[in-house]
Design a protein around this ligand. Structure first.
Ligand code: ADP
Ligand code: MG
Length: 473
């Protein structure tokens, strides 16, 4: 009797059924279709590349055993992978891949026998209580737009409106710490969740993903881990730089990524640096990141920082005078989280001391917070900068000379030392040719007075202050 592909595969399934758990059988074997049988080669059709890779990683021995039972020692298995173009037309085409038939070094060295029969149920598998990990406070409405984030923000909105359909898949957002990555990716997730309750959005940090995965290995529950992630419609992975050097986790993520992507599911990722600078990530994973869109976040400019502060005040129902808003926006140019931190301390100080928020308090608060950074602007730097500005040598600044223009420059330098360093008055005097602290007090006072009455002088000081700030970045 001549065997057909169907009968051969049915016999194989019989064998497989006895070897793997019910759940695995349904997940990984039922969807397979036998396509053809040419001599001793059986071709089976699998739904995706991920499926093929998964079978090869986990069931290669079992499959080989079945095929050889059925077709003799020369029996071969070939895969035909349905590649979903992901577009509306949904046209599928096949790629035939030979069975690799080699013992790959993979994370679960099972030969298919030890598949978990009853994987533990993850709470989120219950469709009614899909737990997305999203923080509803992160929205697009309170994500202020500026040049710093325009591309990322609008790509985010496009993705949120049509998850899985735009070419921004995956969407990769990168930028330094505190610049709004988590906020943005969560805003996308929230918007998708609001628009469609059927879209299973999952936010997870790569750290958490790694822990879940390692636990799954420990508890022998890889299957349920995988099943869980394969149900996700929008997967948001925050801080993928954390995957660096974690080979097995990357492998797992790679599979999940491929599967979701091929099924037209949306993937959103964030990273603290550009993909090209992600060391310790496998090339094949990095190349996937480039399939979609990569957009960066920069530090917001002055106006955007003002808008962020005002938005925050509005939502907290707090009033802060304009000059304080300006002062904060001007002074805190490291990142948005720090800006918010300063704002919170300022409010706390005002509340505790039962005072109004004013410029004085803002300066005081800021001084305490950015203490560490400010120490980077040293006396030497100030003397050099002021010397260059007034075209006077540093030696002259320290000298006894009482020439008017030198005296003024020296006083300005002392004033800036008082503002930007942690040196005591005594120490500042010491650095200016061993003058005493009363000279420094006098200098600081004179400069302040002059700033009040002389517009041009005031401008000069502002310019110098900018130079100090630049040094602080
Ligand atoms: P990251 O994940 O990049 O480290 P976060 O998303 O945690 O940064 O942002 C830090 C803080 O700054 C959050 O409280 C966030 O709401 C706020 N933030 C960042 N960018 C903006 C923005 N453009 N508009 C409003 N708030 C922002
Ligand atoms: Mg973050």
């Amino acid at each position: 009797m001549v065997k057909s592909e169907t009968s051969v595969w049915e016999d194989c399934l019989e064998l497989i059924r006895g070897q793997v758990g019910e759940q695995s059988f349904r997940t990984w074997f039922e969807p397979i279709k036998p396509l053809r049988l040419d001599n001793d080669t059986l071709t089976i059709q699998v739904p995706s590349q991920f499926f093929y890779e998964y079978l090869e990683e986990h069931y290669v021995h079992l499959l080989r055993q079945c095929i050889q039972n059925e077709l003799g020692p020369g029996g071969k298995l070939e895969y035909s992978v349905i590649v979903d173009s992901g577009s509306v037309s949904n046209q599928a085409y096949s790629v035939t891949l030979p069975n690799q038939n080699k013992n790959k070094n993979h994370w679960d060295n099972s030969n298919g026998r030890q598949e978990i029969v009853s994987p533990f149920e993850m709470p989120s598998l219950d469709k009614n209580s899909r737990y997305s990990n999203l923080n509803p406070n992160y929205s697009f409405e309170n994500y202020i737009e500026g040049d710093c984030n325009r591309l990322a923000r609008s790509a985010g909105i496009a993705v949120a409106e049509k998850p899985g359909i735009t070419s921004f898949n995956p969407l990769m957002i990168y930028g330094g710490v505190g610049l709004g990555k988590t906020h943005l990716v969560q805003a996308i997730g929230n918007k998708i969740g609001e628009a469609s309750a059927n879209n299973f959005v999952l936010y997870v940090s790569s750290e958490k993903f790694t822990t879940q995965f390692t636990d799954a290995i420990k508890n022998n529950s890889i299957q349920s881990f995988t099943n869980y992630y394969l149900q996700v419609d929008t997967l948001i992975i925050d801080d993928v730089q954390f995957f660096s050097g974690k080979e097995k986790t990357q492998e797992m993520f790679f599979h999940i990524f491929n599967h979701l992507h091929q099924s037209g599911k949306q993937i959103i990722m964030s990273s603290d640096r550009a993909p090209r600078d992600l060391k310790g990530l496998q090339d094949r994973l990095l190349s996937r990141f480039k399939w979609g869109l990569t957009a960066d976040l920069q530090m917001p400019d002055f106006e955007t920082r003002m808008a962020i502060i005002m938005r925050k005040m509005q939502s907290d129902g707090i009033y802060i005078p304009d000059d304080v808003v300006e002062y904060l926006a001007y002074s805190v140019d490291t990142n948005v989280r720090e800006l918010e931190g300063v704002l919170i301390s300022l409010i706390a100080h005002a509340t505790l001391n039962k005072t109004d928020i004013n410029l004085e308090l803002a300066k005081q608060t800021l001084k305490n917070i950015v203490h560490d950074i400010e120490s980077e602007v040293g006396v030497d730097y100030i003397q050099k900068t002021v010397g260059e500005y007034f075209q006077i040598s540093v030696d002259d600044l320290k000298d006894k000379t009482r020439k008017k223009e030198i005296v003024i420059a020296r006083q300005v330098a002392m004033y800036l030392c008082k503002e930007y360093t942690n040196h005591s008055l005594k120490s500042i005097g010491y650095h200016f040719g061993g003058r005493d602290h009363s000279t420094v007090i006098h200098a600081v006072q004179s400069v302040s007075d002059m700033m009040d009455i002389d517009q041009k002088f005031n401008q000069a000081i502002e310019e110098l202050k900018k130079k100090m700030k630049m040094k602080l970045v």
